[in-house]
Structure formats: C-alpha cells, structure tokens
Design a protein around this ligand. Structure first.
Ligand code: 0WE
Length: 252
C-alpha cells in the first residue's frame, strides 16, 4: 500500500518542507500540499505538480474553516493518511530582534498560534484519518527553543511550546492509533523564512565556525532525516527532537 502524506509549509523550492517532500516522493509516497495565500500558490502548485500531487489546497493555519475544508478534501480523495509534515512558523519582525521584554501580547499570541497551536490544529484533524495505521507526525524546531539565541526571542518561546506539544501529542496519540510525533531541530538554512532576518548571512558563517563539523547543513539533510522519522524504520521513535545541526547543540 502506498503511503500518503500531507505536507504543510512549502513556500518555495528552498523550503525544508519541500526537501522532506522530495525524499518522500523518492520512496513512492503520495503527497498532498497546502499553500498560504495566492502569491505562494503560484510557487507551490508547480512544485507539487512536479511530484504528481493531486491535492493542492489553501491552508491558513489560523483559519479553522480552511483546516476543516482541507481535511474534508483529504478524506474524500484518500479516505486515510499516514504522515503529516508541519513546517510552519511566524513571528512579527519586531519580535525577532531587539529586546524580548518589549514583545506585545498580540505578537506573543500570533507566534504561539501560528508556530505551536497549528501543530495541534492539524494533528486533531489528521487523527481520525490515521486511525489504526501507525501514522507519523513531524514538525520543525530550532535550538533557540532550549537555550537563548540572541534575537530569536519570541520564536524561542514558541518553539519551546512546540517541542512540549510534540511530547504531549506523542503521549496522547501514541495510545490512540500508535501515531508517532517528533521534531527535527535544524541548524540555520537559507530559506524564505531566513530572508526576513537581519544579518542572517553573518549568522550562517558564524554558525559554521562553531560546529564540530565546521560546515552548515542543507535542505537535503533535513529531507533525509524527515523521511526516516516518517518511515516504518522509526516506528518506535516518538516524542523526541532530533538534531541536524552539524553538532552545534553539543557546544558550550
Ligand atoms: O525559526 C526560524 C525563523 C522563522 C521565522 C522567520 C521570519 C522572518 C520574517 C518566523 N517569523 C518570521 N517573521 C518574519 O517577518 N529560524 C530557525 C531561523 C532563524 O531566525 C532567527 C534566527 C534563526 C536561526 C532570528 C533571530 C536569530 C536567529
């Protein structure tokens, strides 16, 4: 039986979600994609079609009606699913620089909603479709969830919440259908999300210097680990955050 996976969070060909999708495609997994807004549809649709996707739907993770419509479409087309990739995050630009203490209530709630709650919103709707299939859920995190990375600020708090959600979902969903839930903590990569971050280039070169392997990771590193965590080979790995960071997380 060919596995079926929903990929949420492709923006363009550099997206980590796209790297994971490509690895899954190599394994013969049938894929569905979402896009956030019309401008991204123009980028996502050709990518999705290039791997034979038939389900390409709009999805703003803050909109319950869009989420319901997306899963109704998947239920009608597939009837079930095996894997969910969540690669979505957003914080206001002003909450990713300067002083953390100035974070607004609005900015806090926005980052938590888009970057952490959205995993639950998707998992809740995926659960009935994954029932009895040993499904797997994967999200993307960053080391700023655990330790202070200057300027990561509000996103660090949101990623900490996301990693806690991974553990509680793993406990909850493990007992209902043996679904696994894991996160990848990736080193910095040049994606669209990085394009909005001040001094990201110098961050990238500094990051490479400070890792055991003395080089940065790339999208494919995330793709291959993601495909593993979503595969039957990882069926007893759940609730964990795995690093692809050239070893950065071992350094003091
Ligand atoms: O999680 C991230 C960044 C995700 C992100 C990016 C943006 C840019 C545009 C979330 N929200 C926004 N909002 C925007 O308006 N990373 C792991 C990449 C990243 O971002 C940083 C980093 C690293 C690494 C910000 C400050 C310091 C380090």
């Amino acid at each position: 039986m060919t596995r079926k996976a929903l990929i949420v969070g492709v923006a363009n060909e550099r997206s980590l979600a796209w790297a994971i999708a490509q690895e899954l495609h190599k394994e013969g997994v049938e894929l569905a994609f979402t896009y956030m807004g019309e401008s991204l549809e123009r980028r996502v649709r050709p990518l999705a079609e290039s791997v034979g996707a038939r389900i390409i739907e709009p999805c703003n993770v803050q909109d319950d009606a869009q989420l319901d419509a997306l899963f109704e479409k998947i239920r009608k087309e597939w009837g079930h699913m095996d894997a969910l990739v969540h690669s979505v995050a957003f914080g206001k630009k002003e909450d990713l620089e300067g002083r953390f203490v100035t974070t607004s209530r609005d900015g806090f709630m926005l980052a938590m909603d888009v970057s952490a709650y959205s995993l639950l919103a998707l998992a809740k709707r995926a659960e009935p479709l994954m029932e009895g299939r040993r499904g797997s859920i994967l999200t993307l995190s960053y080391y700023g969830a655990e330790k202070v990375v200057p300027n990561y600020n509000m996103m660090g708090v949101a990623k900490a919440a996301l990693e806690a959600c991974v553990r509680y979902l793993a406990w909850d969903m493990g007992g209902h259908g043996k679904t696994t839930v894991n996160a990848i903590s990736a080193g910095p990569v040049k994606t669209l999300a990085a394009a909005g971050i001040r001094d990201f280039r110098s961050m990238l070169s500094a990051a490479a210097e400070n890792t055991p392997l003395k080089e940065n990771i790339d999208q494919e590193d995330v793709g291959t680990l993601g495909a593993f965590l979503l595969s039957p080979a990882a069926k007893h790995i759940t609730g964990t955050t795995m690093y692809v960071d050239s070893g950065a997380h071992i350094m003091a």
